[in-house]
Ligand binder design. Structure first.
Ligand code: ASP
Ligand code: MG
Length: 439
C-alpha cells in the first residue's frame, strides 16, 4: 500500500480592517494572497475599517427609534464599485440586517445578542467582498462564516470565549476546502446557534484559534505598519521594529496595552507552538516580527502604553469593602490593572463608567480620577525607569512591578503619555539620557 504524503501545514493570513479600507487596499490583500496561493493559505478578515463601531452606533440608534444604516450600505456599495464587483452581491445581507434593525426600532430595546447579530454583518460582508475579489482575479476562494466552520463559544455576548471542542470541527471542516477559505474574524455562535462576538479587535484571536486548530505553519498578521515595535511610533518617533519575540514577551507587551495584537491572541500560538508573524501590507517582502518560542535576547522588550485608565480611591477601606469592590469588578467583567490597599483602597482599571457608577455607594470618601494612562517598560522592572520619568517632570500617580517578566508599570495623566513613553524608551533602548524637563 502506498502512503500519500500528508499535506504540508497551511499558513493563516489575517487582515485587519485598515487593510480593507478601500479598493486599492483590498487589491493589495488580493495580491498578497495570490502570490502565496501555492501554500494553500487560509484567510481571516476583520470588518472594513470603522464599520464595527459604526454598526454599534446604528444598533443603539435603532433602539432609540432612528434608522442610520444608510452610510454603511453606501460605504460597501462604493467598495464593490471600486473593485468592479457585482453591486447587488450584498443585498441579501443588507436586507437581513435591515429586518433586524427594524425589529429593534419597533421594540425600542437592544438585547446583547441582537447587538452581536448587528455587529456580525461587518465581517460577514467583508469576507464576501474579499472572496469575490479573489475570484475575480481567477483564484478559487470561498467566504465562510466562522460559526459555520464550527467556532462555538459561550453565550457571553460582546466578549464570548471560544470553546475548546471547536478545534476538531474547524480542523475537519477546513480539510474539505481546497480553494482559499476567507473566514470571518471576531465571530462565533453559542450552543443555541446565536451569533456571538469575541470582543473588540477579536479577529486576531479568531486567526490564532484557527491556526491552533489546524496546526498552521504560521499565522501572519498583516498590518499597515511593519512588525511589532519597541513602542508606538506615533508616541515615540525613534521606536524600531523588533525582529523576534517569544510568546511570553509578545503576550506581556499586549497585556500591558500594546495595541499591535489582541491581548489574548498570543495564547493559542503559545499553546500549539505555531509561530506568529507580524507583517506590513505595504512591504510584503519585509520579514516583520517573528513570534515564536525564541526570545528577542534582550531583557527590555518594549514600552507598552494604555490609554483610558481610571483610578478609584476609597477610604477608609476595610477588608470587607475591598472584597465587595473586587466582586463588583468581577461581575462587570472589568479586570483590575492594579490594586493597592492600606488605609485607602486604590484600584487602577481600564475605564468603565459602569464600574465607577457601581462603586459610588461604597465608602465614606470616594474619588474617581479619569484621563489617566499607563506606560510599562516590559522586561525592565528597575527603579531607573522611575528616575527617568521623574527627570522629565512626569507626575507618576502610582507604579508597580508586574510579572512574569519584570515589568515596571507607571500611572500618569493621559496628557503626559508621550512624554513618559519617550523617557522610558530613551532609558531602555537608546544610549542617550532622557530629555530634560523644560525649566
Ligand atoms: N471588526 C472587529 C472590531 O473592529 C474585530 C476586529 O477588527 O478584529 O473590533
Ligand atoms: Mg481591528
Amino acid at each position: 500500500m502506498t502512503h500519500l504524503p500528508s499535506p504540508a501545514p497551511r499558513p493563516v493570513h489575517k487582515f485587519g480592517g485598515a487593510s480593507l479600507t478601500d479598493g486599492p487596499a483590498v487589491r493589495r490583500v488580493g495580491a498578497i494572497l495570490a502570490e502565496r496561493v501555492a501554500d494553500c493559505p487560509v484567510a481571516v478578515v476583520s470588518a472594513v475599517e470603522g464599520i464595527t463601531s459604526t454598526l454599534d452606533r446604528v444598533a443603539h440608534a435603532a433602539a432609540e427609534g432612528r434608522d442610520e444604516l444608510g452610510p454603511v450600505r453606501v460605504r460597501h456599495r462604493s467598495l464593490l464599485a471600486q473593485l468592479e464587483l457585482d453591486p447587488e452581491m450584498l443585498n441579501r445581507h443588507f436586507t437581513e440586517l435591515a429586518t433586524i434593525l427594524s425589529a429593534i426600532r419597533s421594540r425600542r430595546q437592544l438585547a446583547a445578542h441582537e447587538r452581536d447579530h448587528v455587529l456580525s454583518f461587518g465581517e460577514r460582508v467583508s469576507a464576501r467582498i474579499v472572496a469575490a475579489h479573489l475570484t475575480s482575479r481567477g483564484l478559487r476562494a470561498v467566504p465562510i462564516d466562522a460559526y459555520d466552520l464550527g467556532l462555538q463559544s459561550d453565550s457571553n455576548h460582546g466578549r464570548a470565549k471560544v470553546l475548546a471542542q471547536s478545534a476538531e470541527r474547524v480542523r475537519s471542516a477546513l480539510a474539505r476546502f481546497d480553494g482559499i477559505p476567507v473566514i470571518t474574524g471576531f465571530l462565533a455562535a453559542d450552543a443555541h446557534g446565536r451569533l456571538t462576538t469575541l470582543g473588540r479587535n477579536g479577529s486576531d484571536l479568531s486567526a490564532t484559534l484557527i491556526g491552533e486548530a489546524i496546526g498552521a505553519r504560521e499565522v501572519c498578521f498583516w498590518k499597515e505598519v511593519g512588525g511589532v515595535m519597541t513602542a508606538d511610533p506615533k508616541l515615540v518617533p525613534s521606536a524600531r521594529t523588533l525582529r523576534r519575540l517569544s510568546y511570553e514577551e509578545a503576550g506581556e507587551l499586549t497585556r500591558h496595552g500594546a495595541g499591535v495584537l489582541h491581548a489574548e491572541s498570543v495564547q493559542p500560538l503559545a499553546r500549539s507552538g505555531v509561530p506568529g508573524r507580524v507583517l506590513c501590507v505595504r512591504a510584503p517582502s519585509d520579514p516583520g516580527t517573528l513570534v515564536s518560542s525564541e526570545s528577542a535576547g534582550d531583557a527590555a522588550v518594549g514600552i507598552a502604553c494604555r490609554r483610558n485608565v481610571m483610578l478609584v480611591r476609597l477610604a477608609p477601606a476595610s477588608d470587607e469593602l475591598r472584597a465587595r469592590a473586587l466582586a463588583s469588578l468581577a461581575r462587570l467583567g472589568v479586570e483590575a490593572l492594579h490594586v493597592e490597599h492600606d488605609e485607602e483602597l486604590r484600584i487602577v482599571f481600564a475605564s468603565s463608567e459602569e464600574l465607577a457608577r457601581e462603586l459610588l455607594p461604597f465608602g465614606a470618601r470616594f474619588a474617581v480620577e479619569r484621563d489617566l494612562a499607563t506606560v510599562a517598560a516590559v522586561g525592565c522592572g528597575d527603579e531607573e525607569v522611575l528616575a527617568a520619568l521623574h527627570s522629565v517632570g512626569a507626575d507618576v500617580r502610582a507604579h508597580w512591578c508586574d510579572g512574569p517578566l519584570p515589568t515596571r508599570v507607571c500611572l500618569l495623566p493621559a496628557h503626559q503619555l508621550a512624554l513618559g513613553a519617550r523617557a522610558l524608551h530613551a532609558v531602555t533602548f537608546e544610549t542617550v539620557s532622557p530629555p530634560q524637563a523644560p525649566r
